[in-house]
Write a protein that binds this ligand. Structure first.
Ligand SMILES: [Zn+2]
Length: 813
């Protein structure tokens, strides 16, 4: 699964509750694995008669399972309480006794089975769905770009809301999915398409997933879809999009076969499934790695959007593809080890980009993960392997990259191959990965797992350097302290995570001198340690952790000359970013400014130029502006965007003349959005006209319109309110802007906002409630309560009325 980043922050996803336990138990890999008394073998799932008004359908599931105990006289499947069974019969067609308890179905075999016996039975039911639980029914709803459709979402425990099954990841099965849908609709599912039979106004598609996988990966998408066919080594690779999007599909997806090839080669495991489909759907949170049939959000970039490296092609596609090995082929046995799915899926795109584009592209990828990880650590520090862990994506990716650094490429990938081969088509926990490394390399990495998988936090180093000269010889002494605190508090259940007092890792120190670099390996393993390095002349540069082998935070107050030397020489992007931040804190230092100005224009990788441009925004205009003006001509849109943003903050006479042509005609949407903001800031009298132009300029993911909407909020230009209201149709941000202007005291905006609680479009009503929750309540909770109170009685739609009532109660708490 991959959730779009801004959706994560907007929806404040709640982590599952943690149960009380000791840390020792926490480290037990199977603590959270569910026990059951049978082995699920196969399900034949038949669905038909989908009704969008009542969110219902007809279902029938033939289940084959093997008893894992003697006197097997009852069995429990997970089955949503809304599924109404009309019959449960055995293989001979005889009715079986059953009972229902909440979301469980108990089936009593006609006679008790023995250990190892096979049972087959069929559940026929009328399926009803609380929309969004297991299945999501979507109507056109007055929106453009939204055909009527249905999509499933199983992870973590939602597939039993649409068919009875064992809904936990530690039991794999094969399955068939047979769907009867309207003639104009496609039904995409897992495995191979066996048949597609037309009958009147419908057709029936039979999909066969004949290699076992976990039940949360069973999937179905029903929609009018165009199919674009591609392949990798004879395996079908298909892209299903709305017909209106099919022209953008090839450009977006055509790298998939190459990614399949790279992943197959790196892991030594050839793509393991019959086909790979990617299907786009509406209102999706991001992507879901349903086995051989990934589901993706319908945000296909247009041709221009590629200038801004869209998240979709950079992360989403390679992330979900990686799950076909990590998650689908080898699956976490329980959700407390979910980092084995998500950490690897988040790690692998960096390997793909590194393989294709080189070391800088790889470091670029993990630097982004590092920033995300530190943000999460700021909220709460949790171990990778823990129930509801909040950092499994970025920390998982960073720890695996660190493990690769430690083991080296060949030993790392050989270990990963062992892990995949040992647990093929089966499950694993964190210790299984450690054992795969042990079996492959002979290294027992229990210390690494203890620090990075089972405990929380990361090392925070404070380094001080002293250089002694005596009798012509020089000694550099580094005082290295680990300052992270083991001070995490127990939560309400008594659960407390630990942070290592001292992380143990090998690292390299590189010292520049007039006669060349001196390189020394050290083991970091103590709260405080000293390292002395003999030199033949005074140091000109000191790189602590050359090559960035350790996930860390670093404080090291160095002379500007050391930093500028490092910036000019160090190939590693993490180290460069760290140096740039350090230089950026010295805005009155001419040498720091000159180094950043040089890097902003001439660094050999675009990201370094971006970061240097950003860091210049606190420097005097005389130092920063010439370099930023030059950076506006960079071939990289990211550099141009960073330069105009920084120039806008630096100010000066050139901002207007620089921003105007960028806003008018830069090929990048992001640069035009940045230029709009710069124009509004630099020229208040001209702001209205620029905003009006921005509001009517279409762009991918509404980048330019969103910049205009944010500018309206900034300058509080309420004359745009009717225009904002008219934009509510297809975008979410205008609703939030009404709420934000309302929070600033505009009653007209508040009236319009309340009106959308009765909008005929369900999606708009949901956006409106979100605007009350996140924007209005975020800025003025008392006002949000007053407004909702007065609106709630007048809401004509039951779903919205109830949700508004719930929100009101929540806000009043
Ligand atoms: Zn994922």
């Amino acid at each position: 699964m991959r959730i779009a980043r801004f959706l994560v922050s907007a929806s404040l996803l709640a982590a599952p509750a943690l149960s009380a336990q000791s840390n020792a138990e926490l480290m037990a890999n199977d603590h959270y694995t569910r026990s059951h008394d049978y082995d699920l073998i196969h399900q034949r799932i038949t669905v038909s008669g989908f009704n969008w008004d009542s969110t219902s359908f007809n279902g029938s599931v033939v289940t084959t399972l093997v008893a894992l105990r003697s006197a097997f006289d009852s069995l429990i499947l997970d089955e949503g309480a809304l599924l109404e069974n009309t019959s449960v019969v055995d293989r001979a067609g005889h009715a079986l006794k059953t009972s229902r308890h909440g979301d469980s179905l108990v089936v009593f075999p006609a006679k008790a089975a023995g250990f190892g016996d096979t049972l087959v039975f069929t559940v026929t039911y009328r399926g009803r769905i609380k929309n969004g639980s297991g299945l999501t029914f979507i109507t056109t709803d007055g929106m453009t770009h939204r055909p009527r459709q249905i999509w499933s979402q199983g992870e973590d425990h939602d597939n039993h809301f649409w068919f009875p099954t064992y809904d936990f990841p530690n039991d794999k099965m094969t399955w068939e999915l047979i769907a009867t849908v309207d003639r104009n609709d496609m039904a995409v599912s897992n495995g191979r398409l066996v048949s597609d039979v037309k009958q009147g106004s419908t057709h029936t598609l039979t999909w066969n997933q004949d290699r076992p996988s976990a039940t949360y990966l069973v999937s179905l998408v029903v929609a009018p879809l165009a199919k674009i066919h591609d392949s990798w080594e004879g395996i079908p690779v298909d892209y299903y999009t709305y017909h209106a999007d099919s022209a953008n599909a090839w450009r977006l997806f055509h790298e998939t076969p190459d990614m399949i090839g790279v992943y197959s080669q790196l892991t030594g495991v050839k793509y393991p499934w019959d086909k790979y489909a990617q299907t786009t759907v509406a209102d999706f949170f991001g992507g879901m790695e349903n086995v051989s049939a990934t589901t993706l959000v319908d945000w296909l970039p247009d041709a221009r959007a590629y200038a801004d490296r869209p998240w979709y092609s950079y992360i989403l596609i390679p992330h979900e593809l990686a799950h076909q090995w990590f998650g689908d082929y080898v699956t976490t046995n329980n959700w407390a080890n979910m980092w084995l799915n998500e950490g690897f899926a988040e790690f692998m795109p960096g390997q793909y980009w590194g393989t294709r584009l080189g070391a800088h592209a790889e470091q670029d990828y993990y630097l982004d993960e590092y920033r995300q990880y530190l943000g999460i650590e700021g909220d709460r520090s949790m171990p990778l392997a823990s129930s509801g862990s909040n950092n499994i994506y970025p920390k998982g990716a960073l720890v695996l990259e660190m493990l690769k650094h430690y083991l080296g490429e060949r030993r790392f990938w050989a270990s990963i191959h062992t892990y995949l081969a040992t647990h093929a088509l089966s499950g694993a926990t964190s210790d299984d990965l450690r054992q795969a490394v042990l079996a492959t390399t002979g290294e027992n990495l229990d210390w690494f797992w203890s620090e990075w998988v089972y405990q929380a936090g990361y090392p925070q180093f404070t380094v001080t350097a002293t250089s002694d000269t005596a009798g012509g010889s020089h000694t550099l002494t580094l005082d290295i302290k680990q300052t992270q605190q083991d001070s995490l508090k127990a939560d309400s259940t008594g659960l407390k995570y630990t942070v290592p007092q001292a992380f143990r890792m090998p690292a390299t120190i590189r010292v520049g001198t007039a006669t060349g670099d001196v390189v020394q390996q050290v083991w970091l393993d103590a709260r405080e340690q000293k390292v002395s390095i003999p030199l033949t002349s005074a140091p000109t540069m000191v790189i602590f952790d050359d090559g960035n082998a350790v996930l860390k935070r670093l404080e090291f107050n160095e002379p500007t000359a050391w930093l500028t030397n490092q910036l000019a020489q160090d190939a590693d992007l993490w180290n460069r970013a760290w140096v740039i931040e350090a230089l950026g804190r010295r805005p009155t230092d001419a040498a720091a400014g000159a180094a950043l100005a040089n890097a902003a224009q001439h660094a050999d990788y675009y990201l370094t130029r971006v970061q240097a441009a950003q860091a210049l925004d606190t420097f005097p205009a005389a130092v920063a502006a010439p370099a930023l003006m030059a950076a506006l001509k960079d071939t990289s849109a990211a550099v141009r965007g960073a330069a105009i943003r920084a120039l806008s903050r630096v100010g000066g006479a050139d901002v207007l003349s620089a921003a105007r042509p960028l806003f008018a005609s830069d090929p990048s949407y992001d640069v035009r959005a940045a230029a709009l903001a710069a124009l509004v800031r630099a020229d208040p009298p001209g702001a209205h006209a620029v905003i009006a132009q921005g509001l009517s300029t279409p762009s991918y993911r509404d980048a330019i319109q969103s910049a205009a909407l944010r500018a309206i909020f900034g300058v509080n230009d309420t004359t745009f309110i009717p225009k904002i209201d008219s934009m509510v149709a297809d975008q979410q941000l205008p609703v939030h802007l009404l709420a934000a202007l309302g929070a600033k005291g505009n009653t007209h905006a508040l009236d319009l906002l309340a009106g959308h609680l009765n909008d005929s479009r369900r999606t708009v009503r949901q956006w409106t409630l979100q605007a009350y929750r996140f924007t209005l309540a975020g800025q003025n909770k008392a006002l949000a309560v007053t407004q909702l109170k007065s609106a709630v009685d007048g809401i004509r739609f039951d779903d919205t009325k109830q949700a508004a009532g719930d929100l009101l109660k929540e806000l009043q708490k």
